[in-house]
Design a protein around this ligand. Structure first.
Ligand code: HEC
Ligand code: HEC
Ligand code: HEC
Ligand code: HEC
Ligand code: HEC
Length: 168
């Protein structure tokens, strides 16, 4: 089933956490249960062909099997909550999803890509309350804020490239 972030995020303005509710507290962001879709679609577009898999999932009690877009190999340790709570935004890793009629990978997710930020995280940070925003514009004093965030959020760039951080 084609699911559009452009429609649901860009136009309707639904917050990421409404559907990806693990993202602040656990290693995975998680995908929404069928019931989340049905909070709206039990009233909206109820007979649309496009939504047939959602209705079938609800009736059959079988979760929708979404095709995965992003992924790292099993030998790589990744954790959403740590990044989000330390001021790394969804947009920084996943791109402008509010412009995507279909989800696509925004970055390679290769080791070199991870290390590009882990070597020098400071220029990539935002105040943590802003990590869910798309098209975020930094304020004029952002350099100073970022320098403070390194301390306030207890970020340790000197150990972030150690192999065991991502390979445990
Ligand atoms: C109304 C529900 C909904 C909202 C709101 C929503 N998403 Fe999603 N998201 C989904 C569904 C369903 C999928 C699985 C289908 C797909 O890949 O498009 C998904 C998939 C994704 C994926 C790809 C997962 C994979 O397979 O790798 C990313 C990344 C993502 N969402 C990021 C976001 C971000 C960032 C926001 C907020 C700006 C957001 N989403 C808001 C429902 C939602
Ligand atoms: C907050 C309400 C809300 C939630 C939650 C929601 N939708 Fe929608 N959805 C809408 C609205 C409103 C439209 C119609 C958009 C339009 O055409 O203007 C829509 C349209 C659609 C369409 C038609 C194609 C399109 O993008 O226009 C599909 C398919 C769809 N939604 C799937 C889903 C799925 C799957 C979920 C759960 C992951 C979901 N929706 C969750 C409100 C919602
Ligand atoms: C530091 C980079 C980074 C940030 C920040 C980030 N993600 Fe991800 N995301 C990833 C990677 C890497 C994967 C693949 C994880 C895997 O294979 O285990 C992923 C996978 C996902 C998935 C697929 C389901 C899952 O949990 O594996 C969703 C949905 C998602 N991200 C949503 C979000 C949302 C929403 C935000 C912001 C609140 C966000 N991500 C922030 C890198 C990131
Ligand atoms: C845009 C910046 C950015 C990107 C890209 C990024 N990270 Fe991180 N990562 C961070 C920051 C900031 C921290 C917090 C470090 C700290 O607290 O000292 C972190 C922490 C981590 C931690 C937790 C370390 C710990 O135990 O406290 C792991 C594991 C991790 N990252 C893995 C990855 C992997 C794997 C990728 C690539 C798929 C990745 N990161 C991409 C910025 C990034
Ligand atoms: C910030 C996270 C991160 C750190 C730190 C890190 N790696 Fe990786 N590593 C990855 C990711 C993600 C992959 C899988 C994607 C890829 O192959 O590029 C990977 C893949 C690998 C692979 C498999 C390559 C292949 O071709 O299949 C090896 C070997 C490896 N890493 C060794 C190391 C060593 C040695 C260190 C320390 C010097 C290290 N890594 C530090 C994230 C990291």
């Amino acid at each position: 089933m084609p699911f559009s972030h452009k429609h649901h995020v860009g136009q309707l303005g639904i917050d990421c956490r409404y559907c990806h509710n693990g993202v602040e507290t656990s290693s995975s962001a998680g995908l929404p249960a069928t019931e989340i879709c049905m909070t709206c679609h039990s009233q909206l577009f109820t007979n649309a062909d496009m939504l047939a898999p959602v209705r079938a999932s609800l009736v059959g009690g079988k979760p929708i099997e979404w095709q995965r877009v992003n992924g790292v190999p099993d030998f790589v340790f990744f954790n959403h909550a740590i990044h989000v709570n330390k001021g790394v935004a969804c947009e920084t890793c996943h791109g402008e999803v509010d412009q995507m009629p279909l989800m696509r990978r925004a970055h390679t997710l290769s080791m070199e890509w991870c290390l590009g930020c882990h070597r020098n995280p400071e220029p990539n940070l935002r105040p943590p309350q802003d990590v869910f925003l798309m098209h975020w514009q930094p304020s004029a004093d952002i350099d100073q804020i970022r320098r403070q965030l390194i301390g306030v959020l207890d970020i340790h760039p000197e150990t972030m490239t150690d192999c065991y951080v991502c390979h445990r």
